[in-house]
Design a protein around this ligand. Sequence first.
Ligand SMILES: Cc1ncc(COP(=O)(O)O)c(C=O)c1O
Length: 395
Amino acid sequence: MATRSRTGHGSNTRAVAGDSRRRAGAVSTPIIHSSTFSFDSLESMLVERDRGAAGAFYQRLGHPTLRACEERLAGLEGTEEALLFPSGMAAITGVLLANLHAKDHVVALRQCYGGTLDALHWGKERLGWSCALVDAREPESWKDGFRSGTRIFHIETPTNPTLCVVDIEHAAALAHRHGALLTVDNTFASPVGQKCMPLGADLVMYSATKSIGGHGDLLAGVALGSRELLAGVYNVRSVFGAVPDPQMAWLIERSLKTLPIRVERGNSNALELARRLAKHPRVAQVFYPGLEGHPGHEIARRQMMLGFGPVLAFDVRGGMAAAERVVNGLELVRHAPSLGGVESLASLPAHTSHRHMSPEELAQAGISQGLVRLSVGIEDVEDLWEDLEGALGAA
Ligand SMILES: Cc1ncc(COP(=O)(O)O)c(C=O)c1O
């Protein structure tokens, strides 16, 4: 399924063509390696300078190769603006720093990416922010996290690694009722897998290291939203100098052209593997919103597109030792801690993203010692299944 933009183009077309009306010249964006730009008059210099992120004035403030990628991203997401960053964390901290003053308060999901929780903790110690963590699995309790001075409700959906699904519309209504912004880290679903803005999000962020880049070869991030809200984020980016260079911007723009087909294929492979894993005798439980028995299945059906995401998790009978044997026994699926790429990757959250948690904290978060997280790529699904079956059989 392709979502249609205001221009009438579907997401596949927008990914390939952008919203460009250009008919002549290079079909690929030229990479302009220039740290600064010269002018034949003061007037023309002032015009470019004042165009900010859209201008060709000085590379840290924005440059044409970066802008081409940002315009394609904004077109795909359906937002006025997009700003690229050199990592997902740079985009997320850019949004936090732009919107929080000393003593401001944030509500965030306990299940958010660990780096985001670390950033909030850092802001608490260094900048006087305060933060309430609420459980993604208990939406009726989220309101208890809010108080006067809450400026942001920050969510992710599906969450890592147990794939809880959060109702974005419900989260937006709650945030707005309390005068807060809803910020969504949409990394797991990708820009073509879930449209957060029509559901009420104010700002959307991605680790572009994942599906957007998609080939395990770059680190980047993006923040998207209205021109007004991104003005503050642009200031933070310019002040801290967190700007991807022309080569990186070009690589991300090139990757965007295949984003919908990569996402669709990874998602359909993930659904097929989730269904087969759910019937495997060595697997105690599968976490995947595409499965009908998953508690968030109905919400995911409503708010996700092109399937249910490339990431699933499964609990191996026999606990951590058995899960370690499964991961060590995989031959095609690589053992690595990222997600959303063309290649399938497996990791053990108890040893990677959640290694700082005690066994009690892991249990409270619903993460068993035997949990394997699988990011499903675009390989032939039968080859992936043969690999998984072999590793499970030998564990
Ligand atoms: C959901 C999510 N958000 C943000 C990040 C941070 O992105 P990056 O590693 O590009 O800084 C990650 C990284 O794994 C992630 O999984």
